[in-house]
Design a protein around this ligand. Structure first.
Ligand code: NDP
Length: 523
């Protein structure tokens, strides 16, 4: 395995060892289900009287763990712990913080297979995607460390002003804000917690983090990695409970100095508005939804296009912010590409995501399962379902939330579901007369996260120039719109998909967690 680097683009053909180690870890993880897991506040496990059960979407009879239903009290305690730890953590030399975070990244690597197995059971991701989420987290943390080092702690000697009789020294430094709140979604629970938390801790902020109610288990494992790495008590606090109660209490607290929220547009925009009620403007990083298009030209390599679109439409059951949910194809190649797409989609194996041959596991919960049924009904009336369109509940699938991958065509362009993020394995396809027409549709949504294109090299320049999205790919069989990896494809959205215009795992991200201070000393 020494010369194999796992990324979302290399995961399709992994060495055998990845499979055997995953399978071994899965046996151990399955033997440890159902435990009571505390929150971690100020380094200590905290239990509450009210609890909730974490069920697997693969089989809802499987109780993965029991978790604490935290509320306002726990929000206050976690924020107080983070506040108390801030002077020590921010006062530490940045090299010390980097060393501790690197240690945490190494511990994540060490627990890769165990956490990956838990992820498959908790989120329903297939095994390679699960391992990817964990491995990506270690790389995101390392990237933040690398940025700190590359910028030498962001200490910049500025010019000396031309004073007569005095000497001035001007230095620009970057300093942390204080207590940072991280709220993450269910679909990449590890990376979208560890990435922002790692970056903000490298910068010197302390953290209160709340995972999605569907995925507290793997995030607890992340909290353990931070604790075991020796990150001091109170620097990273992990609290669990409903977003509407615990999350809202955290958002409304004046003790929060900055937020990174990754989740849906509606929840994110409400948080943005609520957070603006403070005494001054505080930083908020929002990473929101997507409605990601792929455009296919008559000059495209259709085999690449078909594979790339299929992978991005149905990886993680279409529940990626970057999922390819819209496809616009030039009419000359429409029939051929659609036939191939249907053929590839029909070959996808849906089932227990821990099985080696399964590409698609279940959707996350009953609400998503019911949404799927409602959407396919609506789309069946508005257009024509090419394949899929039904839930799968026979045999082993009866106790999980399994849905068939679905391709739909002939849906009128003014239909609401062309613009609504369904977040399910449903992709709508349209025939277009020209690439300009396709670009018009592609950009005519509130979102601007990722986009894909297949065509000639000259056309790709036009695509990059005109598409409104933060992460764009051309002629990529590994995924039309998905599969970004830190350091290679920094990830973030434009328009309603993201607030800062600076992508995670890239050149300008770490600075979002720092504020500038100028030190002028006149001698
Ligand atoms: P949600 O918006 O439903 O939830 C995200 C998080 O917000 C959860 O932890 C949730 O907690 C919490 N939350 C809910 N209400 C509140 C509140 N009032 N105050 C504070 N926190 C709250 O998203 P999902 O978990 O369903 O994730 C899917 C969404 O995330 C999709 O829209 C997807 O596109 C987006 N996403 C964006 C990414 C990006 O990088 N741009 C990456 C990945 C996903 P609880 O679960 O307890 O309700």
């Amino acid at each position: 395995m020494a010369d194999f680097k796992l990324t979302y683009a290399t995961m399709f053909n992994p060495p055998e060892e990845l499979h055997t180690r995953f399978e071994k870890a899965l046996i151990q993880v399955k033997a440890s289900l159902g435990k009571d897991h505390g929150m971690i506040i100020n380094g200590r496990d905290v239990l509450t009287r009210d609890k909730f059960e974490d069920h697997s979407p693969v089989n809802t009879d499987w109780v993965l763990g029991i978790f604490q239903k935290g509320g306002e009290k726990e929000a206050r305690e976690a924020l107080a712990a983070a506040r108390k730890a801030f002077p020590m953590w921010s006062g530490m030399k940045w090299q010390g913080r980097v060393a501790l975070l690197r240690k945490a990244a190494d511990l994540i690597d060490k627990r890769l297979f165990e956490i990956g197995a838990a992820m498959a059971l908790e989120v329903g991701k297939n095994r390679m995607e699960s391992l990817g989420d964990v491995a990506e987290t270690a790389d995101l943390i390392r990237y933040a460390c690398y940025q700190m080092e590359k910028n030498d702690g962001f200490i910049v000697e500025m010019g000396k002003d031309p004073l007569v009789g005095y000497t001035a020294r001007n230095i620009s430094v970057m300093r942390p804000y204080g207590v940072w709140l991280v709220i993450s979604p269910f679909n990449f629970p590890f990376a979208l917690t560890g990435g922002p938390a790692g970056a903000t801790m490298v910068a010197g902020n302390t953290v209160v983090m709340k995972p999605a109610t569907d995925t507290p288990w793997v995030v607890r494992m992340l909290a353990e990695c931070f604790r075991e790495a020796g990150i001091p008590d109170g620097v990273f606090n992990y609290v669990t409970g409903p977003g509407s109660i615990l999350g809202q209490a955290l958002i409304e607290s004046p003790e929060v100095d900055g937020i990174t929220f990754t989740g849906s547009y509606d929840v994110g925009m409400n948080i943005y508005r609520d957070f603006a009620q403070g005494k001054w403007v505080r930083p908020i990083i929002l990473e929101l939804g997507g409605k990601n298009p792929a455009i296919v030209s008559r000059n495209a390599d259709l085999e690449r296009a078909a594979i790339g679109i299929m992978r991005s439409a149905f990886g993680l059951q279409g529940q990626k912010c970057s999922a390819c949910s819209r496809v616009y194809i030039e009419e000359k190649v429409y029939d051929k590409l659609v036939a191939r797409l249907v053929e590839l989609t029909d070959k996808l194996v849906v089932g227990d995501p821990t099985d080696r041959n399964v590409y698609m596991g279940p959707v996350i919960n009953k609400k998503s399962y019911d949404d799927y049924k409602a959407f396919v009904k609506e789309l069946g009336k508005a257009g024509h379902i090419l394949t899929g369109g039904k839930v799968l509940a026979d045999g082993d699938l009866a106790k999980g939330y399994f849905c068939a991958p679905t391709l739909v065509t002939d849906v009128p362009h003014n239909h609401r579901l062309w613009k609504h993020e369904m977040f399910l394995p449903i992709t709508t396809i349209a025939k277009v007369k020209s690439l300009d027409e396709a670009m018009g549709y592609a950009n005519d949504v509130n979102y601007g996260l990722t986009a894909g294109f297949y065509g000639s090299e000259k056309e790709t320049e036009w695509f990059f120039e005109n598409i409104q999205a933060g992460v764009t790919y051309a002629n990529r069989p590994q995924g039309a719109t998905t599969g970004a990896w830190p350091g290679f494809q920094p990830f973030g959205g434009w328009k309603g998909s993201g607030a800062t215009g600076k992508n995670a795992g890239g050149n300008y991200y770490l600075q979002l967690y720092l504020r500038e201070q100028i030190h002028t000393l006149v001698k």
